[in-house]
Write a protein that binds this ligand. Sequence first.
Ligand code: AMP
Length: 444
Amino acid sequence: MTFATLGLIDPLLRALETLGYQTPTPVQAQAIPAVLGGRDLMAAAQTGTGKTAGFALPLLQLLAMEGPKVTANSVRALILVPTRELAEQVHEAVRQYAENLPLRTYAVYGGVSINPQMMKLRGGVDLLVATPGRLLDLFRQNALKFNQLQTLVLDEADRMLDLGFSEELANIYRALPKKRQTLLFSATFSDDIRLLAGQMLNDPLSIEVSPRNVAANTVKQWVVTVDKKRKPELFSHLLRKNRWKQVLVFAKTRNGVDALVERLQGQGVNADGIHGDKPQATRQRALDRFKASEIQILVATDVAARGLDIEDLPLVVNFDLPIVAEDYIHRIGRTGRAGSTGEAISLVCADEVNLLSAIEMLTRQTLKRHDEPDFIPEHRVPETDASGQVIKKPKKPKKPKTSGGGGKRNLGKWVDSGEVAEAPAVKPVRKVPVFNTGPRKRKP
Ligand code: AMP
């Protein structure tokens, strides 16, 4: 199968040739003809499957071949994405695909001045990529009109709900013309997403290119168990030992990102961090430098790293496990993209056993464990498996203390510290109605 047999027009085929795309990926093979045929779409596709081209190519073709010329402040196609970085990335892909078409494309997102965006929108835009909050701001300030809107794309819809954008989505939805084509893409499909799909889509074609909630099988995944306080030391050790070249590291909190970056920089490692507290320009610069291999280690929180497309990224390290198991799939989706192989290593401490168990249940696999000599945890991580069982070993009677017993560490022994029992419960997948009016969650 070729892109030509899918019905794409010559200007798009030429752009794809320049980009070196030869064969459509499975999601593209299914989505492109359906979108060209005007169908609504509900697609379960992981990041790295080529989903962006799956919706952008037919969308650009429809815009080029059909519909009126765009008028002032209007937009003909809208792609909603959860984060600023993803907005930039999707827009960059769109720009490349539309290289030979007379279409105006643009991206708007928060964290940067709104005025230049308002100016740019004055002339009208054929295809706009936007984050929900900024889009609403622009709409409320009359910088945007939706009367010409023919297609809406919700990209990474699950993430938009996770980030608390349901209210914004409901408001946007109310402002859009009822007659339109809607495409919904999501790596994972929760009940909330299905509810959203039921409200927004009209007789959609369902596409599922990989089994539901199963992580990319091109990614070799394993776990190293370690005591919480020794994670930074273990990371530096693995970095040196394995001579890692380029690593994307996920930490749970902004402070965690900063602390690890500081430590690595202190050791002379070329590292930088991105998280929601950093200005957009700084985040983008760090990302660009990482993509250009000018930075060896990029440490990020989930929000900042969502959807990033970094070519041939060999390795993702979960310095902390994600609180929401689905984020694990998104994180490791940064590697092993578009058919290449990758590796994802998780540093797991006893506190995180429930999170590990939730990930194994979701991905329907027991992650292989690897013991790193010298880092065998004092607080052993109980065995887990894909059934969701956490197998706690019985307490061993404490040995009487001997004098001069040496170091504090109890290498290789099972020590019941009570920490496991205190491990935080796995945060349930949100079950609130899609269009709730509750407060927005803080972004990590
Ligand atoms: P996505 O899942 O849309 O983020 O795409 C992942 C990566 O695959 C991007 O770097 C795309 O440029 C690349 N890609 C998408 N479709 C193809 C294709 N048909 N052939 C080769 N590379 C592709």
